[in-house]
Design a protein around this ligand. Structure first.
Ligand code: ADP
Ligand code: MG
Length: 250
């Protein structure tokens, strides 16, 4: 029997007169990679923000591991085991890579990020060792003492992924993790995500690059103008005429 980790149930969200999400249903199974694809402005980032508590739906619910998240704050959802990579990297440019990776480990353990966490950074051997390991894993170890602001855009995105991995999330949400990356960086990221997949981490990945989607996804949901117009395995979705039509308008 499969276990549903994330259930988005009948979610609606409008911004003024604009319907960003209507009637959205999504079931993400444990250990699977679930891709959400769709044209620009389809509502993909809004859906991800609803899942992490940054945007409240007008109607409907988000259920994570059986728990309804209606009144949870984003940091509480994070502590329950949900981490996310945003479309624009959110890193600390003046801190070193290793410090950047250590901060989310404190946030997961001690609750909302505390300013004095930075003060504690040097003393925490266990978390520092973990951060070293994660940076090695992600291929940024050689630059661990560099300032994060000095990284290329692609490396900043990988650093943000490292900041999620150190939290050992039950569910990882990625908003276009390869956006702005050159092909070489994209391939490195795919390889990395495949390795994480082998460890059984459940993922929701929003992605524009079809090469990435078909390399990774077990299941695909297609969002267009705020509604899920198709879902299924990559082969099922690839052949769906409604999907081709939605992409023709791009
Ligand atoms: P996608 O990630 O699929 O490109 P988004 O979820 O970012 O799409 O946006 C869906 C629609 O909602 C777009 O028309 C966008 O302009 C609109 N939108 C997103 N966020 C806001 C906001 N905070 N206020 C008003 N409109 C928004
Ligand atoms: Mg988006």
């Amino acid at each position: 029997m499969t276990n549903t980790v994330l259930h988005v149930a009948d979610v609606h969200k409008s911004f003024g007169g604009l319907r960003a999400l209507s009637d959205v249903e999504l079931e993400v199974e444990e250990g699977k990679v679930h891709a959400i694809i769709g044209p620009n402005g389809a509502g993909k980032s809004t859906l991800l923000n609803v899942c992490i508590g940054r945007i409240r739906p007008d109607r409907g619910h988000v259920i994570f591991n059986g728990e309804t998240l209606d009144r949870h704050e984003p940091h509480e959802i994070n502590q329950l085991g949900v981490s996310r990579v945003f479309q624009t990297p959110e890193i600390f440019p003046d801190l070193t890579l290793i410090e950047n990776v250590m901060i989310p480990a404190f946030a997961r353990r001690d609750g909302a990020f505390r300013l004095n966490a930075i003060m504690a950074l040097s003393g925490e051997k266990e978390i520092r060792d973990e951060a070293e390991f994660v940076l090695e894993d992600i291929g940024l170890s050689a630059r661990r003492h560099h300032e994060a602001g000095s990284l290329s855009r692609g490396d900043k995105r990988r650093l943000e992924l490292a900041m999620c991995l150190i939290q050992k999330p039950k569910l990882l949400l990625l908003d276009e993790p390869t956006a702005g990356m050159a092909r070489h960086d994209t391939n490195m990221t795919i390889e990395l995500l495949q390795r994480i997949k082998a460890r059984g981490m459940t993922k929701v990945i929003i992605e524009h690059d079809m090469h990435v989607v078909f390399s990774l996804a077990d299941k695909i949901s297609v969002l267009a103008q705020g509604s899920i117009i198709a879902d299924g395995t990559p082969d099922e979705v690839r052949g769906n005429p409604k999907v081709k039509e939605a992409y023709l308008g791009e």
